[in-house]
Design a protein around this ligand. Structure first.
Ligand code: ADP
Ligand code: ASP
Ligand code: MG
Length: 405
């Protein structure tokens, strides 16, 4: 078999962990498989590099930021290849560029455009285990180094698995698989033996960082079978795959939370056509992803309030942009709230069951948790709440929907 194995930050967090990873890789190769390994930076390393940049500049150039951040994964790729060699298997470490990962030019959140798998395939044919630095690529032509957004090594792994037609993409992390909610918050959370791409996509985009959102999107689009497993044991993991009939029987499959959303409110916006279009066009042009949007028109006024959420990492940029726009549009003012969290319930069974949202609101109300914003889709309901109630909300919803083991 051709197997892609991705190891996250904790899994390569120190020399001992890297040696343990090398042992698993060598075991897999010795069983007769061709193995491509994608590694993250050591845990905490990317944050440390961001911290260094922020000590130097309030607003570091995104190009230089990418050059800086991509270094973390270079370190672990080289060390992992050395550890595999030390166990007697041929291994070669490749940067994103050497592996042929071509991206667009959007620094710090680049999209993969293509992968020329030639060098990877050649090395595999020559009997090497190929170790690739995750999270990075280069632009076509200028070969500018880019990174794929936080958690982006998952995307590297899935995209490479698809590019070389691997039989499976295994994501090794610090938990045994995908759970009904974050097992580090709710100890009663239950491991799922399989989950549909669609549900996984919702869970990921709603904050379950066990898989990066874009990696799930990519896997779904290209039908890459993904297995999430622990690098600390041999327990069977969770298969992320196409939806089957059994999955619809479960109304709610998981609860997710996201503390990385900030809420921006534009107050007293004139209530006339074209205002929202103008506001959100500006924000979109700055490559900021807006999530929830709520607009309220009071019946006795010609003005409205518009609230929306953006990733906290973009909030300075988004706030400045919104303030400029608010002045232009003649709005009364702009406020930013950072102490918010989004809590969501997800399940394909919601398509065929009613009363799910009501039960969620009732459960939160029963614990005096106020809801600031609501959004729904076919298979999810999300509420923005005060961040200090995050853990409480996750626990009571997990319990209310009977998700415990
Ligand atoms: P890695 O460094 O291996 O990429 P991450 O920290 O990105 O690992 O993702 C793993 C973490 O995801 C777990 O430690 C867990 O706290 C968190 N997590 C959140 N929601 C879930 C979930 N539903 N199932 C499993 N893990 C989850
Ligand atoms: N090291 C990067 C991050 O911390 C990418 C990854 O770990 O997937 O976001
Ligand atoms: Mg991750």
């Amino acid at each position: 078999m051709l197997i892609v194995q991705k190891y996250g930050g904790t899994s390569v967090g120190n020399v001992e962990r890297i040696k343990a990873v090398a042992e698993r890789v060598v075991r897999t190769a010795n069983e007769g498989n061709s193995v491509v390994v994608i590694v993250s930076a050591m845990s905490g390393e990317t944050d440390k590099l961001i911290g260094l940049a922020n000590q130097i500049s309030q607003n570091p150039s995104e190009r230089e930021m990418d050059l800086l951040l991509s270094s973390g994964e270079r370190v672990t790729s080289a060390l992992t290849a050395m550890a595999i060699e030390a166990l007697g298997r041929k291994a070669i470490a490749l940067t994103g560029r050497q592996a042929g990962i071509i991206t667009d030019t959007v620094h710090t959140k680049a999209k993969i455009e293509k992968i020329s798998g030639d060098r990877i395939r050649k090395a595999l044919d020559e009997g090497y285990v190929v170790v690739i630095a995750g999270f990075q690529g280069v632009t076509e032509g200028e070969s500018e180094v880019t990174t794929l957004g936080r958690g982006g090594s998952d995307l590297s792994a899935v995209a490479i698995a698809s590019g070389i037609n691997a039989d499976v993409c295994e994501i090794y992390t610090d938990v045994d698989g995908v759970y009904t909610t974050d097992p580090n918050i709710v100890s009663e959370a239950r491991k799922l033996s399989k989950i549909s791409y669609e549900e996984m996509l919702e869970l990921a985009s709603l904050g379950a960082k066990v898989l990066q959102t874009r990696s799930v999107e990519f896997a779904m689009k290209h039908g890459v079978p993904v297995v999430v497993r622990s690098s600390f044991n041999d327990n069977p993991g969770t298969l992320v795959t196409k939806e089957d009939v059994d999955m619809e029987k479960v109304v709610v499959s998981g609860v997710a939370y996201d503390k990385n959303q900030a809420k921006i409110t534009v107050m007293g916006v004139p209530d006339k056509p074209g205002i929202a279009a103008k506001l959100f066009k500006g924000i979109a042009d700055a490559n900021i992803v807006v999530d929830m949007i709520v607009q309220n028109v009071s019946s006795d006024s010609k003005a409205t309030d518009i609230s929306f959420t953006v990733p906290k990492t973009d909030n300075k940029k988004a706030l400045k942009m919104t303030e400029d726009m608010a002045r232009e549009l003649g709005a009364k003012g702009v406020t930013l709230r950072e102490d918010t969290a989004k809590i969501s319930i997800v399940g394909v069974g919601m398509r065929t069951h009613s009363g799910v949202a009501a039960k969620m609101f009732e459960t939160l109300a029963g614990h005096s948790v106020n809801i600031m914003m609501i959004s729904t889709s076919e298979i999810k309901v999300s509420c923005v709440i005060d961040a200090k109630y995050t853990e409480l909300a996750v626990r009571v919803l997990h319990d209310a929907f009977g998700l415990e083991a």
